[in-house]
Design a protein around this ligand. Structure first.
Ligand SMILES: C[S@@+](CC[C@H](N)C(=O)[O-])C[C@H]1O[C@@H](n2cnc3c(N)ncnc32)[C@H](O)[C@@H]1O
Length: 240
């Protein structure tokens, strides 16, 4: 099935939401789509702030952040921002796409010695590292591919990888509902043109409430939403 987030509505994330033949989630593995989406990504500037906010937060964390996982990392910019701020930390890059892995290996060359690259589906994130062995799990623009139940499972699995005081940071697009979804999507086009190589979405994005409810179902987790712009949010959670 190919459709935008809300059929008939102006999409909340016009860089990514328009339907395109053959551009489904699995097609992230396609070399051409991965390269075209990456070079057409117009959100990099907007995302500089939430990535930097997360990196600074982790830099001030106690206990010190030493092991960082990025899930659905794609070209790797979120992981790169965190590692740049944490010279002593190591990173695990994961993504379902080998095509994205090649792009990330090139883009992360400056910190490459500190990064392990692993192809993995987010559904299998629990197997990427030992339980309790990580200090932070990052993810960006990936969880909108999940339904609400998949999102809850992802957060629970990610939390299981964290030691006490560990962090989850998720930058993603959320479903807003009308009339604000259309208004903000239209207004955003003035600042941020659409990605000329969008990818397909098979269902509406989870709402911010879906994110918050999923995290609140976990024991001993503190949650905050310290940044949002248009329909994109930074959701943070910290294990006590
Ligand atoms: C829109 S890109 C975002 C890339 C990067 N996180 C960023 O924000 O720049 C989505 C990425 O998620 C990956 N992805 C999509 N579904 C996935 C899944 N189920 N498991 C792991 N990665 C997935 C894609 O391969 C792609 O690299």
């Amino acid at each position: 099935v190919q459709h935008a987030e809300r059929p008939g509505a102006v999409p909340t994330a016009p860089d990514e939401a328009a339907p395109q033949a053959g551009a489904g989630t699995g097609d992230w593995r396609d070399d051409e789509l991965a390269a075209a989406w990456t070079s057409g990504d117009r959100l990099e500037e907007l995302l500089t702030l939430p990535r930097r906010m997360t990196a600074d937060l982790l830099a001030h964390a106690d206990p010190e952040v030493r092991r960082i996982l990025d899930v659905g990392s794609g070209p790797g910019a979120f992981l790169a921002a965190a590692l740049a701020r944490q010279p002593q930390a190591v990173g695990i890059w994961t993504d379902v796409s080998g095509a994205m892995c090649a792009i990330a290996q090139s883009r992360l060359a400056a910190v490459g010695e500190r990064v392990t690259f692993r192809l993995a589906d987010a559904a299998d994130v629990a197997e990427v590292a030992a339980p309790g062995s990580l200090d932070a799990v990052l993810t960006s623009r990936m969880t909108h591919h999940l339904d609400a139940e998949g999102l809850a499972t992802f957060y629970a699995d990610a939390a299981g990888l964290l030691g006490p005081g560990g962090w989850i940071a998720n930058i993603d697009h959320v479903e807003l509902g009308e009339p604000w979804a259309g208004r903000l999507a239209t207004a955003r086009l003035d600042l941020i043109p659409p990605n000329p190589s969008p990818h397909r979405h098979d269902r509406p994005h989870p709402t911010l409430d879906d994110h918050l409810h999923a995290l609140q179902r976990l024991d001993d987790v503190e949650v905050a939403v310290p940044w949002r712009a248009y329909a994109t949010v930074l959701v943070l959670a910290r294990r006590r």
